[in-house]
Design a protein around this ligand. Sequence first.
Ligand code: ATP
Ligand code: MG
Length: 238
Amino acid sequence: MQTDGVILSVRGLSVSYGHIHALKEISLEVSKGEIVVLIGANGAGKTTILETILGINKVEKGSIVFRGKDITGRTADRNVRSGVFLVPEGRGVFPSMTVRDNLLLGAHHDPRNANTKMERVFSSFPVLGERKEQVAGTLSGGERQMLAIARALMSSPELILVDEPSIGLAPKMVSEIFNIITGLNGEGYSILLSEQNAYKALKCAHRGYVIETGNIVLQGASEELLNDPGIREAYLGA
Ligand SMILES: Nc1ncnc2c1ncn2[C@@H]1O[C@H](COP(=O)(O)OP(=O)(O)OP(=O)(O)O)[C@@H](O)[C@H]1O
Ligand SMILES: [Mg+2]
C-alpha cells in the first residue's frame, strides 16, 4: 500500500433530507493509492456519503477536502473536472445507447483524448471492445458494471467512488469486479467504495469504515474489521 498523502479528507460532515438526518458528523479519509470501503446495511448512509463527496447533496455542516483543496459545496461537474468520479448504485449506464456512446459520456467534459482513452479502456476490458456497438441494455449485469467502471476511467479520475459494485451479481462476477477494482488500484487509482458484501469488500480494501444510521461506528484496517467479533456477527454472518 502506498500512502503518500491524503487525497480525500471528510470532516464532521452532516447531510439531511428534510427532517431526515442522513449523515451525522461523519469524518473519513482516503490516502493516495488506497482502497477504502464503507460497510453498512440498507439506509445506513453510504450512497449519501458518496453523492455528497461528488457534489450532488447539500452539505449542512462539515468539510470535504480533495487533493488539499476545500471542495465543500462545489458542483459535481466541477469535481469531475478536478478528478473525482462516481460509479453510481445501479450502474447508471444508458440502456438504449451503445457501449461506445456510454463511454464517450464519461469523457464529455474533456473529449480531446477520448478515442485514445477508449482504446486503453478496450485493452483493459476486451469484452467491452468486442461489444462496442451493442446497446448497453443488452449487456449482462457484470458487463454493465464493467461498462460503468470503464466510463469512470474515461474521465481520467484520481479518486473513483464506487457505490455497491457487487449488487445483483453472481458470486463469480462479484469476484471478477473486485479483481478489476484491485487492478485499477494497482494502476494508481484511489478508490472509495460502498458495499453490503462486507467479506469480499474487506478482502479487497486496505481499510474500512462501518456506517450505521448516519454514524461511523467502527473503523480500521481490513484485517482488523474481518476479525472483529461484532462485525463478524452483524455483517459476515459468522
Ligand atoms: N432523496 C432522499 N430523500 C429523502 N430521504 C433520503 C433520500 N435519499 C436517501 N434518503 C434517506 O437517507 C438515509 C440514507 O440513505 P442512503 O441511500 O445513503 O443509504 P445507503 O447506505 O446507500 O443504503 P442502501 O444500501 O439501501 O443503498 C435513508 O434513511 C434514506 O431513506
Ligand atoms: Mg445506497
